[in-house]
Design a protein around this ligand. Structure first.
Ligand code: TYD
Length: 429
């Protein structure tokens, strides 16, 4: 059972590690005001207290200069500073599991409400929140007690506030709820205890333990990246990991053939030019053999530990390359059923690039040699097999148009991935 049915979170220092955007924006405002920019550790003192006070106390600005510096700070922070943050690793799984178990989740932050919305949306965690309690732009900070009280639902059984500063702890106690101090944020142990913290968590893992009780973390999500050679999926695979990690998702990137020591050795045999005489059957069995070990050593344990696994090629590559390309047909699916067991992806992104375009990209020429291409019916069969998979709209397959820029392709893939990983009604995962 969860330890709390209602959890109120603070944003900065509890969910998001927002210091980089704050210190960079402070440095920008200080420089614009004509003052010497202090070192990084001094700049960190800007995180938390009101900006106006910091510009005066840390830099020695006059009233007027401090007011102007706050304005300059806000201009930069609103434009880019708010994105120079990340969600603490492991927070995503905590929110997901809380939501899945039916908890009420709200945010109580002193940041303007629009910025809170934008931040939660950008880091893909907005769907987990039932309510956002924060001041409107330009409104005076109403204080944590008010914000926490406003964040609470009409009725609850056991509610707690998780925050990293004394205001969060004091506000929680004034609102009559349990106070959990997130020591991995920007406050100190003394500060949190003095303000009435009932419990201190040194890490996000400890926070998960404090909130989830004996409820295990939900199993991780399994997503595969597929497509013909030259479709750009490996670049997208890397970008997706970076994005998910900024969202606090514990992510494992792996690839096939390979992904664990034994399978990496099989990869060498498969891709080595010395293996030129390899039969199609030997090739298909080796891919499946490498996969069985990969599932056992890497994929299944990671999913079990609640991590999200992004795999660059998986069973569908065998179906396309060995099944369709080499013409080995359904037998390939059968041997792979044994190799993967129940470890089937929940989402398979198929990056679609036409064989003509793929050849252009590989050769780096502007015109594909169509004659050469038409002879290359192996590639065509592989491509068509992937496209056939995309035809079934209600399946795990999802076609991604890979003809645009790296950023455009990432955005299409990102939306599909976010939809999957934030869906808490998807049954057992
Ligand atoms: P790799 O260098 O990893 O290429 P890519 O970046 O395109 O993934 O080589 C893997 C090659 O192995 C690639 O041409 C596809 C092929 N392959 C299969 O034929 N069957 C499979 O089951 C897998 C996983 C890969």
């Amino acid at each position: 059972m969860l330890n709390f049915d209602t959890v109120i979170f603070d944003l900065d220092g509890t969910i998001t590690e927002s210091a980089p955007g704050i210190t960079k924006s402070a440095a920008y405002a200080i420089e614009k005001a004509g003052y010497a920019v202090p070192d990084e550790s001094t700049l960190t003192e800007f995180v938390g207290p009101p900006l106006y006070d910091s510009f005066r106390n840390i830099c020695g600005m006059t009233d007027e200069e401090a007011v102007r510096a706050v304005k300059t700070y806000r201009e930069r922070h609103h434009l880019i500073g708010w994105r120079e943050a990340r969600v603490y690793n492991g927070i995503f799984e905590l929110l997901y599991t809380l939501k899945r178990e039916g908890a009420y989740i709200a945010l109580a932050s002193s940041k303007p409400v629009d910025l809170c919305e934008k931040t939660l949306e950008y880091f893909a965690i907005r769907p987990f929140f039932d309510k956002i309690s924060a001041p409107c732009e330009g409104e005076k900070d109403p204080g944590k007690r008010f914000l926490i009280t406003q964040a609470l639902p009409e009725s609850y059984d056991r509610a707690c506030m998780a925050g990293d500063r004394r205001f969060d702890m004091a506000g929680a106690k004034q609102a009559g709820i349990y106070a959990v101090g997130a020591l991995y944020g920007y406050g100190t142990r003394e500060e949190l205890l003095d303000a009435g913290a009932d419990e201190i968590c040194e890490s996000t893992a400890a926070l998960r333990q404090a909130l989830l009780g004996d409820t295990p973390l939900a199993k991780g999500r399994f997503i595969t990246f597929e497509g013909s050679d030259g479709c750009g999926k490996s670049t997208q695979h890397k970008l997706m990991k970076e994005y998910l990690e900024s969202c606090g998702v514990d992510t494992v990137n792996t690839r096939e053939p390979g992904g664990c020591p034994i399978s990496e050795r099989i990869r060498e045999v498969l891709l080595d030019v010395k293996s030129l005489g390899m039969t199609d059957e030997c090739e298909a069995l080796l891919f499946a053999a490498a996969r069985a070990q990969h599932v056992h050593d890497t994929i299944a344990p990671a999913l079990e530990a609640g991590k999200t696994v992004l795999c660059d090629r998986y069973v569908d590559s065998s179906i396309a390359y060995q099944g369709a390309g080499r013409g080995l047909g359904d037998w390939v699916r059968q041997i792979n059923e044994r190799a993967v067991g129940t470890c089937v992806p929940e989402l398979t992104l198929i990056f679609d690039i036409s064989p003509e375009e793929a050849i252009k990209r590989r050769l780096g020429v502007s015109e594909a040699d169509r004659m050469e291409l038409s002879k290359d019916d192996f590639r065509k069969r592989v491509y068509e097999a992937f496209m056939d998979m995309c035809k079934n709209e209600n399946s795990r397959y999802c076609r991604v148009d890979a003809s645009g820029s790296i950023e455009q392709i990432h955005e299409i893939a990102r939306q599909k991935v976010v939809k999957l990983i934030t869906d808490t009604n998807g049954g057992e995962i």
